[in-house]
Design a binder for this molecule. Structure first.
Ligand SMILES: *Cc1c(COP(=O)(O)O)cnc(C)c1O
Length: 391
């Protein structure tokens, strides 16, 4: 299993068959597990082995299959699932940090991740935000002893790409645990663990589900971190993943490689088709040579990602007219779906941020985020070009 390539791991990794030898992974929709004897129950509570379960908040066979399949794909020793991506981020930060500790984070973060950092600051954690694309900023912030470093590999919504290997090296020198939210990059051709992340988080709600169905999250890392630091917090605080959602996401992983590569190929073609378009002030795609961190993206990922950002000349009015004129991409706020999705971050996902913070993060009134789906790419290009022409 160790030398399987990703597509094989994605289909067979972590499989546990019941006494019926089913082909498709079973949904173990059970909270509890029966013990053969009182002695066995006592022994189970003293120490649970890898194939033994007590209660679904602690672990469940279907959830375990998801954890093991994703850990194998990312290349980490172990993993632990959570009810959502945010439940995973929250539990990692709460489990790994205590009052008086210092966190250094890249400032361009998913809104809810920023919220948790602000919340932790209220409990006496020092939170330092840096420009994640600036080596000088990281060097300065990590010249002091630090407990934890947090970043998103590709930021939302402006698609800045952070050099994980560089931050990993500086984190090690500062004594910090490097936690990477790799949701936008996906585990396909973009292992954050292989670049030096100690802990990798995925919101499996996105590409791993791939059909916009259920929430889920997963935390991947060393056995020492998952069992020693994370699990004690997670299992007692209750943000456990439902076995049904775990099953949906487990089956989603089977086609993840094919879907991510198809969507990334379409994103690259759309970016090329729109380059130099007169209605765009800026086109952001990490796979394009003019992206400020293109070299980092090319080193860390073997595709340019499935997300684009378009900054439309004409601000909010132009952005709204563009969104309303599209026939194929739907206006929503998820990403990584088979359906292409367009989002206006300034008035939705990032509405809460004060104007000066939006400006610092590049969230302009004309910015539109595009999650490229699995539709025919020529249809998408024609639809986007037609919508741009009505502005
Ligand atoms: C969506 C997302 C999250 C949160 O995940 P949920 O499953 O919605 O809780 C965290 N980080 C990133 C980068 C995301 O895109």
């Amino acid at each position: 299993m160790d030398d399987w390539k990703p597509r094989t791991t994605a289909v067979h990794g972590g499989v546990r068959r019941s006494q019926y030898n089913e082909v498709s992974e079973a949904i173990f929709f059970t909270q509890g597990f029966v013990y053969d004897s009182a002695e066995q129950a006592e022994a189970r509570f003293l120490e649970t082995g890898p194939d033994e379960f007590i209660y679904a908040r602690y672990g469940n066979p279907t959830v375990r299959m998801l954890e093991e399949r994703l850990a194998a794909l990312e290349g980490t020793e172990d993993g632990f699932a959570a009810a959502s991506g945010m439940a995973a981020v929250n539990a990692v930060l709460m489990a790994a940090v205590k009052p008086g500790d210092r966190i250094v984070a890249a400032r361009a973060l998913f809104g809810s991740c920023l919220y948790i950092l602000e919340w932790l600051a209220g409990f006496g954690v020092e939170v330092v935000l840096v420009d994640g694309t600036s080596e000088a900023d990281w060097r300065a912030a990590l010249s002091l002893e630090t407990a934890l470093v947090f970043l998103e590999t590709i930021s939302n919504p402006t698609l800045e790409v952070i050099d994980i290997a560089l931050v990993s090296e500086l984190s090690r020198q500062a004594g910090a645990l490097l936690v990477v939210d790799n949701t936008f990059a996906t585990p396909i051709g973009a292992s954050a663990a292989a670049q030096g992340a100690d802990v990798v988080i995925y919101s499996s709600t996105k590409h791993i589900d791939g059909g916009g169905r259920g929430l889920g999250g997963v935390v991947l890392g060393s056995e020492a971190f998952i069992r020693g630091t994370y699990e004690p917090y997670a299992k007692h605080t209750g943000a456990a993943l439902s076995p049904f959602n775990a099953w949906v996401h487990l089956k989603g992983i089977e086609t993840l490689d094919i879907r991510v590569r198809a969507a990334a190929a379409s994103a690259a073609r759309i970016a090329a088709a729109l380059t130099g378009h007169g209605k765009l002030e800026r086109l952001i795609y990490p796979g394009l040579a003019d992206h400020p961190q293109h070299a980092v993206a090319a080193r860390q990922m073997d595709h340019g990602g499935t997300m684009l950002a378009l900054d439309l000349a004409g601000g909010k009015a132009a952005a709204f007219r563009f969104l309303n004129a599209l026939h194929i991409p739907v206006i929503s706020n998820n990403l990584g779906d088979a359906k292409s999705i367009v989002t206006h971050p300034a008035t939705t996902t990032h509405q809460r941020l004060p104007d000066e913070q939006k400006k610092a993060l590049g969230i302009t009134p004309g910015l539109v985020r595009v999650s490229v789906g699995l539709e025919d790419c020529d249809d998408l290009i024609a639809d986007i070009q037609a919508a741009l022409s009505v502005i």
